[in-house]
Structures are given as structure tokens and as C-alpha cells.
Write a protein that binds this ligand. Structure first.
Ligand code: DGJ
Length: 736
């Protein structure tokens, strides 16, 4: 068999290639440090022959498969680039499973052609077309490689020209095959106020699935993020680790199947649960992106890859600024009126934050939104609470020099609402069964274009009425239960399209909003942290991690989120959730992201207000480093009695280090040893100064002393955390 080498000099042009009989083709997908290598076999099926470190001699990629010897029954198909169901040489979990128009439920996919090109946004995109030898059925596999970030996005487009609908019973974005032998998977459990709880599983045999079936707030019980330690222990600075996410704002599935050789087959995509998709001819179906990085230098590098990629290429305005804010949710809940709100604006001004955010409870008249049981869906201002409307509030806030933002939850409806009375057919519910509520509400049917228009108009009307509205918090509290769409029924579209149609309907509304309002910052919130997928973050500038704002819990939660998200995207608010922790501890923790307050600022003592003002000034001073610098996790609170993290600017001239006591035991070991800093320039000299000191508190940190970067990264620095110094913030500056 002849081998064709396509490996070099192809990256800058569109490079189309198709196969003539008897040739084998090697297609490397490469970043700076990572390579996934695809190769056709003797039957022209596409295989993954290598997933690991990139090679400098690209000619050697075609040999990589030869180093392994997994030849017996089954194994030869386990490494399919896109595993199929229904042909006899495949025993592994399929990425795709279909029923053709004639009722045949087998699929075979052979290599047909591929192209490689540089995209406008600077990535290298490889597209491989596979085709069934019997049916006019195609799958295009996409691999978008970001060289300097070591991030790869993988997805598929499924299409056919059969004479009728092909039923897709499974239609994953991607599959991969790893030959590493030992896999520790970290995935994340959760529920309200307990989001992002890590669980480690040693994968040895069979299938391990991470999935969501909630429809809307898909990540409430399980995050779409995962981390795989390959071949032994991984630390922040050592070991091989794969980290990523299936980027879908709907039901997702991540499957990890370990075979007889201890190889790992990963299938990622939309969860096929209740979602058979009837695909018409010439209507390509694009699947969501499976996004991952592989780091050979531990989790720290892996997360900086993902954070940088998200900031530069996905998150809306990832390079821009953010607004600090005062939110009234925990300060008032539903109990407010115009005077009370105006009274809070002064507090925002005094604190020195940029904006006041009006939360839930400002709307609905027939069924006023004075609790969570009524009014959702009726987006006119409540005239009793706010007689002069939103424009007046904005005017009053602006008089104080404070911008104004507003909360909405436009995908939802309370049964006790005018919207529900007028449009019962806009609501997702199984009419033959009792309605099931989550926080007393139901989900609107975003499969229906009329509902999409309605949701768009909720946003549009607010901006038309209030052109200086500076911010929106977009909430989403209920999952889909008893999913049935009257719209799909009318259109004779199978109900099994609902979950996908909902997710796509939401995206199309957000596309319209961003076409008209491209830059207004919006927070993605979902009854806490039920939504944080990279797909929706294209439309949002930030997200709400959890309603749990206890700062000790937050140290752990923010730690876990930080593996996958940059600090600029993470909204952290200072609240009274846990008053046993000092105001200082609460503000310091909230400063590691996008700082906000959710307190009755006007009731702070003079001393507390003075301190809070100082911390906001300090935050303004270092926020650029937090938002756009590199983050390093230094001491893990799961392994130590304290947590320590730092952020450094690109030039390595400025940084800020945060340290927290996480164990209040007398025997806690929090200051025995120094903490090794990271990310500094070993040749530079640095001064360390403690900031955010409460009301003249003294510090053991001598800011007259200077240290080399080499010293700080090898010997370390002791922030002297103890039960009297539970939270310590250190400013790091290079000195000439
Ligand atoms: C849930 C959110 O997570 C909270 O921050 C708040 O906005 C409430 N909803 C309002 O109902």
C-alpha cells in the first residue's frame, strides 16, 4: 500500500485532498504541543492513531500508530475517528447511529476527502468528509486547532441526500481515542448552592457517562467540564492532563469508555436522551463543539490554555472591561419600592462601584411579582412599586454617577401570570399530565418562532425605553419537565426535536440581541450556576457561579471553576450569606473575579464602609491583572489548610496574591512553610506589600524588603495566614 504524506507546508492554503484507491492518508491535527493524528486504514476507514505530544518531524506522524499493537478482535475499530453503529466490525460506543429512509439501521463511513485552511480568526481548520459507501449519507468532521493555546475544537456536520428523513438516534460532536492506560477523571457534581463539586473516578472498565437531561439550566446537577489525568499524578505544574468541555446549552453527554487494552474512547455531544432527530435531505445538522486542551506541564498550564482561549476567542468582550456593581437581590429580595431603591443608589456611589443592578421583582401588575409565585412573563414595570418606571430609576442612579442594570428571566413563566392566560400554547408542558413546577414556574417554548420574538422583545423593549441601560442579568430557574411543544405538534415535527429546538431557539434569540446590541454587558445566571457553557458565553460577558456566596465555600468553588474559566468571566459578590466571616475575607474572595456587592451598603458601619471603599479602590488598581493576566493556583485548599492563588500581568511586572485560611482547627498548618510563587520573571526584583488591611491593622509583611523572582519561585514567601489573619492579599510589584 502506498502512503501519501500530507504533513507539511499545507497550513496556509486551502488544501483539498481526496483519495485514490490503495493510498493511505495521514492527517495530523496539531497545536504547539499537542497532536491528534488521523489515518485511513486498508479499508479506507478513518482512525485516530495518536493523541499526545506534537513532533517536530511531522513526517513521523504517519508512523505513530505502528508503535502500538492493539490488533485483536474489536480493537481494530475501537480507534475510529467517528465510530458508527450497525456494521459488524464496530463494538465500541458509537458517535453516530441512524435509521435510513428505507428502514436500514446500519452505517459505514469511509474517508472521502479533506481540506486544511487557516481561518480568519487565526486557527487551523481541518475538515474531513466521510461517506457511507451504500447510502448518500455524509459526515464532515471538523478540527479547529489553536496553536499557541494548545486548544482543539472538534465537531461534526451530518448531511444526506436520501429521499426522505433519516432518523439520527445519536449524533455526537466528536470521539477520541487515548492510549495512555491510566485515567483519573475529575467531573463535577452539583445542585443549587452546591455547584461544581469535584469527584474523582478511576476509569478501568466499561462506560462512565457524564450527562444532563435538564434541557434549560443544563449544568445544574453536572457540569459539562471534565479533567482527565493521564498516566499518574498531576499537579499544578507537572503531569499530563486533558481538560475541556462539551459546549452545548442543552442536554449534553460525555462518555468515557475503557476497553480491554485500557485505552480510552471518548464520545462527546448532544445527549441523545429523548432526542431522535429526523434529518431531511440537504439540511446539514451542525453539532456543538467539543473543546479541550492537553497539557504536559500540569493543570496550571491546562487551565491557562483554556482561560486564554476563552478570553481571546469565545467570551463576549473577553479583552474588554467589566462593571463593578451593587446588586439588591440579597439586600431586599422582593421587598422594595422606588424610594427604597433610590436610597440604595447612594450606597453604590459611596462604595465606589460602577453600577447598581436591580434584581427580580420590578415587574407585573395584574399578578404582581412580589414573590416567586406570580408575575413571571409580564414584563411591564409594577406601577405600585415603581410609579415612575425604570427610566426614573436610571435617571436617579445616573445623578449619583452610577450606571444602572436590570434583571430579566425571559424564558420562563409563572402559571399565575397574564402571559400564561393569554398564551397557554407558548408553554412547554404535557397537557395530558399534571403541570410540574420548579420554583413555581414553567419554561416557554423557544422552538416556537413567536416565542423567540417575544423573548427578543423583552430585551429590545427595555433598551428602546432605556437607551442608557448599562447591563442585564439573564436568569433561568426552571428545567424542562414533561417536555411537549404545541408548536412542534402543529407543525407535525416530532416531539423528540424539542430539546435541540429549544437550545437552538435560544441561540437564535441571542444572535438577534447581539446583532442589535453587540456590546452591552450581560450576566449569564441560572438560578445560581446552572449555566456556564462555552456556547452561551459567546453572547455573555460573565456568569454567576452560584447563589452560594459563603466566602469559605466560594474559595473552593471558585478554585474549581478557575480550571475552565478566566476570572474576568466569574461574577463574585460580597453578601451577608455568611456573616461569621469577616467583611475583609468576603471582599478578598470576591475580588478574585468580577467584584460585586449584594449587601445593604447604607447599613454598613463607618469603619466597614471605609474599609470597603479602600478595597474597591485597590480592586480598581489591580483588576486589569485579574481580568487579563495569567492565573496560578499555588496552594490547594483540598490538600492544605489554606488556599493561595496569584495573578500576574503579561509583562511579569505586577501581580496580586490571595491567601485564605480554610481550616479553623488549632492544629491547622497554615504558616509553617512558605508558598512558592509562580509566573514571575526570575531575573526581576519584586516588592511585596500587604493590601486590603482592615482599619489600620498591622502586618508582618515588610514592604521595604525586595526579593528576586527566582527566590520567590524557589524559596517562596510566607503570607503568615493564621486565625488572626484569615485572609491576606499581597500586591507584587517589580522594582528597578
Ligand atoms: C436566582 C439567581 O441566582 C439570584 O441571583 C436572583 O437573581 C434570583 N434568581 C432572583 O429571583
Amino acid at each position: 500500500m502506498k502512503t501519501v504524506n500530507l504533513l507539511t507546508n499545507i497550513l496556509f492554503f486551502l488544501f483539498p485532498f481526496s483519495l485514490s484507491f490503495g493510498q493511505s492518508i495521514t492527517i495530523p491535527i496539531e497545536t504547539e504541543n499537542v497532536a491528534a493524528v488521523l489515518k485511513t486504514d486498508e479499508d479506507n476507514r478513518l482512525k485516530i492513531i495518536y493523541f499526545g505530544k506534537s513532533l517536530s518531524n511531522t513526517n513521523e506522524y504517519e508512523l505513530t500508530g505502528e508503535a502500538f499493537n492493539f490488533q485483536s478482535d474489536g480493537a481494530s475499530s475501537n480507534n475510529s475517528a467517528y465510530a458508527v453503529a450497525g456494521i459488524d466490525n464496530n463494538y465500541i460506543e458509537p458517535a453516530i447511529s441512524v435509521v435510513h429512509v428505507d428502514g436500514n439501521n446500519s452505517l459505514d463511513l469511509l474517508y472521502e476527502s479533506h481540506t486544511t485552511a487557516r481561518t480568519n480568526d487565526g486557527a487551523i481548520l481541518t475538515t474531513v468528509t466521510l461517506k457511507d459507501p451504500v447510502y448518500p449519507f455524509f459526515v464532515d468532521l471538523y478540527y479547529k486547532a489553536w496553536k499557541d493555546k494548545d486548544v482543539i475544537e472538534q465537531w461534526s456536520v451530518i448531511r444526506h441526500t436520501e429521499k426522505g428523513n433519516v432518523v439520527l438516534n445519536k449524533y455526537a460532536s466528536a470521539n477520541l481515542y487515548l492510549n495512555n492506560k491510566d485515567y483519573y477523571l475529575i467531573s463535577y457534581n452539583g445542585s443549587w448552592a452546591k455547584e461544581m463539586q469535584p469527584v474523582e473516578t478511576y476509569l478501568r472498565q466499561g462506560m462512565h457517562t457524564i450527562e444532563s437531561r435538564l434541557g434549560t439550566r443544563a449544568n445544574l446537577l453536572t457540569s459539562p467540564n471534565f479533567m482527565l489525568t493521564l498516566d499518574g499524578k498531576t499537579t499544578e505544574t507537572s503531569g499530563t492532563v486533558m481538560m475541556g468541555q462539551i459546549a452545548w446549552n442543552g442536554n449534553f453527554s460525555l462518555q468515557f469508555e475503557t476497553d480491554i487494552y485500557k485505552n480510552l474512547h471518548i464520545v462527546a455531544g448532544i445527549n441523545p436522551y429523548q432526542s431522535a432527530y429526523h434529518l431531511g435531505p440537504n439540511t446539514p445538522f451542525e453539532t456543538p463543539r467539543f473543546i479541550y486542551t492537553l497539557s504536559f506541564e500540569g493543570k496550571g498550564k491546562g487551565s491557562r490554555n483554556l482561560q486564554g482561549w476563552l478570553r481571546d476567542h469565545t467570551l463576549l468582550d473577553g479583552q474588554g472591561d467589566r462593571l463593578t456593581l451593587l446588586n439588591n437581590w440579597e439586600a431586599t429580595y422582593f421587598d422594595f419600592d422606588q424610594d427604597k431603591l433610590v436610597g440604595l443608589f447612594g450606597g453604590a456611589k459611596e462604595l465606589g462601584v460602577d453600577m447598581f443592578l436591580l434584581d427580580d421583582g420590578w415587574f407585573a401588575n395584574k399578578y404582581p411579582r412580589s414573590g416567586d409565585t406570580a408575575g413571571l412573563g409580564d414584563w411591564e414595570v409594577n406601577r405600585k412599586k415603581l410609579p415612575d418606571g425604570v427610566p426614573f430609576l436610571i435617571h436617579e442612579a445616573e445623578k449619583e454617577g452610577v450606571k444602572f442594570g436590570i434583571w430579566i428571566e425571559p424564558e420562563m413563566v409563572n402559571p399565575k401570570s397574564e402571559l400564561y392566560e393569554k398564551h397557554p400554547d407558548w408553554v412547554i408542558k404535557e397537557e395530558k399530565r399534571p403541570e410540574i413546577y420548579f420554583r413555581n414556574q414553567l419554561v416557554l417554548d423557544l422552538a416556537n418562532p413567536e416565542v423567540q420574538d417575544f423573548v427578543f422583545e423583552v430585551v429590545d423593549d427595555l433598551f428602546i425605553e432605556n437607551p442608557t441601560l448599562a447591563f442585564m442579568k439573564w436568569d433561568c430557574n426552571a428545567p424542562i419537565f414533561n417536555g411537549h411543544s404545541r408548536y412542534l405538534e402543529r407543525k407535525k415535527i416530532p416531539q423528540s426535536h424539542l430539546f435541540v429546538a429549544y437550545s437552538k431557539g435560544l441561540q437564535s434569540v441571542l444572535e438577534r440581541i447581539r446583532a442589535k446590541y453587540p456590546t452591552v454587558p450581560m450576566m449569564l445566571c441560572s438560578g445560581g450556576g446552572g449555566r456556564s457553557d462555552y456556547n452561551l458565553l459567546k453572547y455573555f460577558t460573565e456568569f454567576w457561579l452560584s447563589d452560594n456566596t459563603d466566602p469559605l465555600e466560594r474559595v473552593f468553588m471558585q478554585w474549581n471553576y478557575s480550571y475552565y474559566y478566566p476570572a474576568i468571566a466569574m461574577c463574585n459578590h460580597v453578601t451577608d450569606w455568611s456573616k461569621d466571616k469577616s467583611l475583609k475575607y468576603r471582599i478578598d474572595v470576591a475580588s478574585m473575579g468580577k467584584l460585586g456587592f449584594d449587601i445593604r451598603a447604607n447599613e454598613l458601619s463607618e469603619q466597614d464602609m471605609r474599609f470597603a471603599q479602600q478595597t474597591v479602590l485597590n480592586y480598581n488598581d489591580f483588576k486589569e491583572i485579574i481580568w487579563h493576566g495569567e492565573m496560578y493556583r499555588l496552594a490547594n485548599p483540598y490538600e492544605n489548610d489554606l488556599a493561595s492563588l496569584m495573578y500576574v500581568n503579561e509583562q511579569k511586572t505586577e501581580g496580586v496574591m490571595f491567601n485564605y485560611l480554610t481550616n479553623w482547627r488549632y492544629l491547622a498548618e497554615t504558616s509553617l512553610r512558605p508558598i512558592l510563587l509562580q509566573g514571575l520573571d526570575k531575573g526581576k526584583t519584586y516588592r511585596l506589600t500587604e493590601i486590603n488591611l482592615y482599619d489600620g491593622a498591622s502586618t508582618p509583611v515588610d514592604h521595604q524588603k525586595v526579593y528576586s523572582g527566582e527566590y520567590l519561585m524557589n524559596v517562596g514567601f510566607n503570607p503568615s495566614v493564621n486565625s488572626n489573619r484569615t485572609s491576606v492579599v499581597i500586591k507584587i510589584e517589580s522594582v528597578e
